[in-house]
Design a protein around this ligand. Structure first.
Ligand code: MN
Length: 236
């Protein structure tokens, strides 16, 4: 099995005016494609690892041979992060979360506005290239974190529910150096249903973990379930 570039779940122009057509085309067709190609190149001599999902690899980088560990971290991370990113946005996005996700955000951050402010601040002040994340920890508590480069929170034991790419390639053509304006625009396209589905998938996985006796037996199923939630682009 080799990794493939997933198609964008909407037109390049769908997120205008918040994210411009040319940025979407270059970001998806060139940048994301390069992560996929370089991940496949890194895995080419390791057929056993080719059968693992990207998330499974990133959640246990220590088990990846040292020779390709950095390549898997960078390009596997790039592939996983961008796949999640495309699916987390929609022309019908924006607004506020509902249901269990809204309750979990209020519990962790006080209110949705407090969460939004804290997330925007983390994304704006992250130095250099990287990502801002809404994550869930092992105790099912939500938190905001940032990672450099293409690192995924899974490598630190956190499961991402929503990620924002703040590499300059994500916004420079339209917003130039104004990262804060890009972030303000991005909130208008966030697909909260996607984030809520991820939260549900992780809570189910945590429930399975809590009753499982042999961790290794369910790890692969768990990652498959979470990966399929992350890859979901279904719209109501
Ligand atoms: Mn990117």
């Amino acid at each position: 099995m080799t990794h493939k570039l997933p198609p964008l779940p909407y037109e390049y122009s769908a997120l205008e005016p918040h994210i411009d057509t040319r940025t979407m085309a270059v970001h998806h067709d060139k940048h994301h494609q390069a992560y996929v190609d370089n991940l496949n190149k890194a895995l080419s001599d390791f057929p056993d690892l080719q059968n693992k999902s990207t998330l499974e690899l990133l959640s246990d980088l220590g088990s990846v041979p040292e020779k390709i560990r950095m390549a898997v971290r960078n390009h596997g991370g790039g592939h996983a992060n961008h796949t999640m990113f495309w699916n987390s946005m929609s022309p019908k996005g924006g607004g506020v979360p509902e249901g269990d996700l809204a309750d979990s955000i209020n519990e962790a951050f006080g209110s949705f506005t407090d969460f939004q402010d804290a997330f925007s601040k983390a994304a704006t002040t992250l130095f250099g290239s990287g990502w801002a994340w809404l994550c869930i920890d092992k105790e099912s508590k939500l938190l905001i974190t940032t990672t450099p480069n293409q690192d995924n929170p899974l490598s630190q034991g956190l499961i991402p529910l929503l990620g924002l790419d703040v590499w300059e390639h994500a916004y420079y053509l339209k917003y130039e150096n104004r990262r804060a304006d890009y972030i303000d625009g991005w909130w208008n396209v966030v697909r909260w249903e996607f984030v809520a589905n991820n939260l549900t998938a992780v809570k189910i996985a945590h429930g399975a973990r809590d009753v499982a006796e042999d961790v290794k037996d369910w790890a692969q199923d768990t990652w498959s379930m979470i990966e399929s939630a992350f890859s979901s682009s279904e719209e109501d």
